[in-house]
Write a protein that binds this ligand. Structure first.
Ligand code: SF4
Length: 416
């Protein structure tokens, strides 16, 4: 991959859609289902391959600081849980846990290592290049808070001390019937349903089964449904659970508190299975079209990482609808997305432009930090530019400024 990311690097990417649309996934997960249901076009644009941009899978993601922090916390939770379970520690408060944590280098070291590994992976993402310094600085500064989130989540965990009789206590062991024990990062698969999921923690005793999912963000109703789906997948996974024993307790482990979810049984499981089959079939149909349907909305487009490629999003009427939805939901953004044509240089770091976003053509002034050059006639899609509303009101010219989080894409007539 030789292309560099957009502003402030010198060469903005072209807003070109995929050469081929992706096939439906062989197995659905809950997060994939939610992504497709929100907007089939977004799923397809994000999942398709872009070999001209990079060798990675899908469109290079736009990294979000909150998501990166959550990934670090989750990774450390997984590591510590796996090691505690493997050593037979009943909890992190137990005296035996001290040796485990020492062997791992201590909590601060674990957070630092998980952060470094994440940043190393992020370096492969060409879209993240210009923000790497910012992400690195900010994540390092957040280390004490991330450590605190791990500590509070772990403090409530109590693991059965009976060791599994299988070859290991994690989901990395070969798939086969599970015996009593604690299993981390356990893959649950039900081929005849076309579904899979990964349980963070499953504790199995002769008369009970508890599934725990670590959550690093704010609570959401979807979390409970996701956990109930894990309960269904566990009950139907004929390899891990040939006797079909049911989950008896479901726990969402948030940093601030545990939330217990009622485990489904009997008719509820059958109903859930029917619901998953039906929603899965609808989702697969939704992504069968080329391109799949776009479902623009203020909620879903706002954080869409491929909106620069989505023709529907830039339609003037759609832009108007999204703006009014955002106003009515009190979600007005301080940054704007703009489609414009560069007309001429205005100054060393500014360009006169004609703005197309909206029903009427409007004059614009695009300010940069001077590290990017444009050419008259170039049509651009600019994401997250700061707009000085007062200027537009007083002069009739919309003044846009590119900031650290802004992105610029050159529009191509072949975009999706
Ligand atoms: S911009 Fe909106 S409509 Fe377009 S792909 Fe993204 S979420 Fe869907």
């Amino acid at each position: 991959m030789t292309t560099t990311p957009s502003q402030p690097s010198p060469t903005p990417w072209a807003a070109i859609g995929p050469a081929a649309w992706p096939d439906a996934p062989a197995e659905l997960t809950f997060s994939t289902l939610k992504e497709i249901e929100a907007c089939p076009r977004r799923w397809a644009l994000s999942t398709a391959n872009y070999p001209s941009l990079w060798d990675g899978r899908g469109y290079p993601q736009r990294l979000q600081l909150g998501a990166l922090a959550g990934t670090v916390v989750h990774a450390v939770l997984e590591t510590i849980t796996r090691e505690l379970v493997s050593a037979g520690c009943p909890s992190v408060q137990d005296a035996s846990a001290v040796a485990v944590l020492q062997r791992l280098g201590g909590l601060s070291q674990l957070v630092r290592r998980a952060t470094d590994e994440l940043l190393m992976r992020a370096k492969e993402n060409p879209r993240a290049a210009k923000l790497m310094d910012y992400f690195t600085r900010t994540l390092r500064a957040q280390a004490p808070e991330l450590r605190g989130r791990v500590q509070t989540t772990l403090a409530r965990r109590v693991f059965p001390t009976k060791s599994p009789t299988g070859s290991g206590s994690t989901g990395r062991r070969g798939r086969g019937p599970l015996t009593a024990g604690v299993y981390c990062e356990l893959d649950l698969r039900v081929p005849h349903l076309g579904w899979r999921g990964r349980a963070d923690l499953l504790s199995l005793t002769p008369d009970a089964c508890e599934i725990t999912d670590f959550k690093t963000g704010d609570p959401s109703d979807d979390h409970a449904l996701q956990l109930r789906i894990y309960a269904l997948l566990w009950s139907r996974d004929g390899i891990l659970n040939p006797s079909g024993c049911l989950a008896t307790r479901l726990v969402l482990a948030y940093p601030q508190a545990d939330v217990t979810v009622v485990a489904p049984a009997g008719a509820e499981l059958a109903e859930l299975e029917t619901q998953l089959t039906s929603r899965g079939a609808t989702a697969r149909t939704a992504i069968a079209g080329h391109p799949p349907e776009a479902r623009p909305s203020a909620e879903h487009c706002r954080y869409c990482g491929v909106r620069q490629l989505c023709e529907t999003y830039w339609n003037a009427a759609v832009q108007e609808r999204i703006r009014s939805e955002a106003q009515s939901e009190d979600q007005e953004r301080s940054f704007v997305d703009i489609e414009l044509t560069i007309e001429r240089r205005h100054g060393p770091k500014s360009w006169d432009a004609a703005i197309h976003t909206g029903v009427h053509l409007v004059r614009g002034l695009l300010r940069t930090n001077g590290e990017i050059e444009f050419a008259p006639g170039q049509k651009l899609r600019v994401l997250d530019a700061a707009e000085a509303a007062a200027d537009a009101e007083s002069t009739g010219v919309r003044c846009l400024t590119l900031g650290t989080l802004s992105e610029v894409f050159v529009l191509s007539s072949s975009s999706a």
